[in-house]
Design a protein around this ligand. Structure first.
Ligand code: AVI
Length: 438
């Protein structure tokens, strides 16, 4: 593991060499059939889908969307909810996560119909209508990957030999927890955007707990994810856990409002979740996080780095098909929750490296002409052969780009650690005052 914590500066990583290897056009990889035509992000070229529009009222009619069995609202004393209005702009881009936490950006809280992972079925239906009726490239927000099945599949992805991201993230945090904590002034409280499995924050919390009694606020809109996180971390000495059932920014605001005089906040945003945002939205999000913090507060940001294209493609198209199942489960979820009749065997998973945006894209390819009905979303959609539904972006970074983004958002990069086995960066960003940022 390469360590580059240089106080007040960014040590060179040597990883820039990797970037030059990544020349050339977008590449496709699929173990599940012939590669699809590269989908176009900027130049549509597909005819408008055949779509039966449904009067908006029909969608609002609660009778159209029955309550699912076992709606996922857990009653946990120690989980607090500040209610939710929604980060509609950001939410449009489908904030991702590994535990349904991308729903943290706009899903309404309360006793609404839920489809698992805290998602409202009305919202799901509305997002389907918007994404599948898009002229040109159709798309679905990646936040809908994470129902119970999708979250389990993501857990499986995270242990695949081809997908080193999660292990690298954890390795760095584990190896450098003391150093990370040592760079955050005392006393500090910790807020995590997304509650994950609890494996990664454990090391930081352990280290903080040895320094001083501390409070950890995981922020997630999935009660199940918060409950699991709390269970995983309940034995870390001197750490009190208070789950925040909120969208990320609302939760963070709530945490900030609870801080006592002199306390610092350490925000954890791990797992390269930021890579699933569109780049400008990711940067904007960092700025929003900064606006909730005070100068001197810290953000530990995990970002997956560029690596040779075949390695990146394999990470999202593993030979045993777990990622394919993860992708196709999105259609299965539509069938389960909204009564869709997607024939899953007529779809295949496809992955490409988009050179200009420097991101992996995941798509679902229609293997033949077909019409799909989704009654509870009021949709009937015709798909041409080889037409794709764009389901996810996973942007990749260079260490320098992370530092630049951070700077534009009002942070300075205090230190960066890079895993050598799987290029991945953990960057400790310190909020600077607007004056010193100029
Ligand atoms: C959650 N997120 C950072 C993952 C990623 O790598 O972009 C989601 C994922 N999609 C396919 N495999 C993993």
């Amino acid at each position: 593991m390469r360590t580059q914590p240089e106080s007040g500066g960014l040590a060179r990583s040597g990883l820039t060499a990797t970037a030059s290897v990544l020349g050339g056009r977008a590449e496709f990889s699929s173990n599940h059939g012939t590669p699809p035509r590269p989908p176009s992000v900027t130049a549509p070229g597909y005819p408008r889908p055949l779509l039966e529009a449904v009067p908006p009222d029909a969608v609002r009619d609660p009778r159209m969307i029955p309550e699912p069995a076992g709606a996922s609202v857990l009653a946990l004393d120690h989980i607090t909810s500040g209610g939710s209005a929604g980060e509609k702009d950001n939410e449009r881009f489908g904030y991702p996560s590994c535990m349904g936490k991308q729903e943290a950006h706009g899903a309404s809280s309360g006793a609404e119909d839920r489809g698992g992972g805290g998602v409202s079925l009305r919202e799901f239906a509305a997002d389907l209508r918007a994404g599948l009726s898009k002229p040109g490239q159709r798309e679905l927000p990646s936040k809908y990957f994470y129902d119970e099945v999708g979250s389990a599949l993501f857990e499986a992805i995270s242990v695949l030999p081809e997908y080193g991201l999660t292990r690298a993230d954890e390795r760095i945090v584990r190896a450098h927890a003391d150093e990370i904590v040592g760079r955050v002034p005392s006393p500090a409280i910790v807020a995590e955007l997304g509650s994950g499995s609890g494996r990664k924050p454990r090391w930081v919390l352990g280290s903080l707990g040895r320094r001083e009694p501390t409070v950890y606020y995981p922020i997630d809109i999935s009660p199940a994810a918060l409950a699991r996180c709390e269970w995983e971390l309940s034995r870390v000495p001197s750490v009190r856990i208070i789950g925040m059932l909120n969208p990320y920014l609302e939760g963070l605001q709530e945490v900030a409002s609870r801080r006592k005089d002199g306390q610092r906040i350490l925000v954890l945003f791990l797992g390269s979740t930021i890579g699933n945002f569109d780049r400008p939205v990711g940067e904007q999000f960092l700025g929003q996080v900064r606006s909730v913090l005070l100068p001197g507060d810290a953000l530990l940001l995990g970002t997956d780095l560029e690596k040779p294209i075949p390695q990146m493609l394999a990470a999202y198209d593993d030979p045993i098909g777990v990622t394919a199942a993860f992708n196709i489960n999105l259609l299965a979820r539509i069938n389960r929750q909204l009564g869709g009749d997607f024939d899953l065997r007529r779809w295949r998973h496809a992955v490409l490296w988009e050179e200009r945006q420097r991101r992996i894209e995941m798509h679902l390819v229609s293997q033949e002409r077909q019409t799909v009905r989704i009654p509870r979303a009021g949709l009937e959609v015709f798909f041409r052969k080889d037409e794709t539904i764009w389901t996810e972006n996973s942007h990749k970074y260079t260490p320098e780009l992370v530092a630049t983004m951070a700077q534009r958002a009002g942070f300075r990069c205090e230190a960066q650690w890079i895993d050598e086995e799987w290029p991945f960066a953990e960057s400790l960003l310190i909020a600077v005052s607007p004056d010193s940022a100029r």
